[in-house]
Design a binder for this molecule. Sequence first.
Ligand code: SAH
Length: 345
Amino acid sequence: MNENRISLLDLTEEELKQELISMGEKPFRAKQIMLWLSMCVPFDEMSNLPKALREKLKERYTEGYPEVETELISRDGTRKYLLKLSDGSLIETVLMDYSYGKTICISTQVGCPMGCAFCASGIGGLKRQLSSGEMLGEVLKVNSILGEGRNIRNIVLMGTGEPLLNYENVVKFLRCIHAENSLGIAYRNISLSTCGIEPAIRRFTEEGIPLTLCLSLHSAIPEKRRKIMPVEERWSLTDSVKAMSAYMEKTGRRFILEYILLKDFNMGKEDADALKELLNGETAHINLIPMNGDTGPYSAPSEEEISRFEKMLEIRGLSFTRRRSLGQDIEGACGQLRAKYIIED
Ligand code: SAH
């Protein structure tokens, strides 16, 4: 078997057409193959392709689907998958069942370079980038496990990794999953979360991809943010917020800030004041996320502490919602499952 076979999931339909033409095949086969790939069907079962073509494909390519190493199902219905890639790397993908449809949370890198103090994904640093086909594989594999058809309605790029530091592959993935002969997911049903890589947000604004961009803020006070997020040393939160505003202006999408609630750290009056000042009338929405898990020196606040902070935001006229914590019984927080496996290895 040819060891250098490339994965078909890494190709756009146009690129696949070119490959087929160069093999002396008809370009219309690209659409057929794309539809099979979107259902995670192996070459041997692509029943409308001639046998000779299937053999040729097997020789030169792999389909590119990941293998399921572990599946955990939570009491609340959340499912967590540990997926194995062709080089043996393990990544996490989480499926959440919200009232508005099934939402998948995918990883964008193997490991993460950002080193946020509360996050298990950063333990061990960045191992490597995920290709566009590997990200596509996360969605298509889980979608196919759920049965025939387009089961997954929403995608969030909020798993392990910093999507804007894997820029080209992430943009290619977004275009591929949006394509008609893949799952055809609407951009308005996709959210991308970033620590705030200001130049990449500016570049992304020019791509013509109107998704929901979320900024992981976690503190509106630079000195405090620096303590928990090393990214603040390089790209300041004020510059990132400005870049986010420009994206919102161009796309007309909502401005989302994510804010982890850390006990005795970022939930005081000065924190609420700083948020108000940072937003300065901007119509942003704040997602409050109670700390999940036990990475680093931080812990989850009490219900009372959360309500007190919510009141402070309310008084200041800020728009917010508290994110429900799902999958707590299955290592639901970012990178926890993968971290556990790596430690036990
Ligand atoms: N690197 C990007 C994408 C990861 S998104 C980013 O930081 O935005 C993952 C989201 O989950 C981020 O908002 C992250 O800060 C948050 N998160 C990480 N660890 C968490 C924890 N232990 N509890 C709650 N939220 C966490």
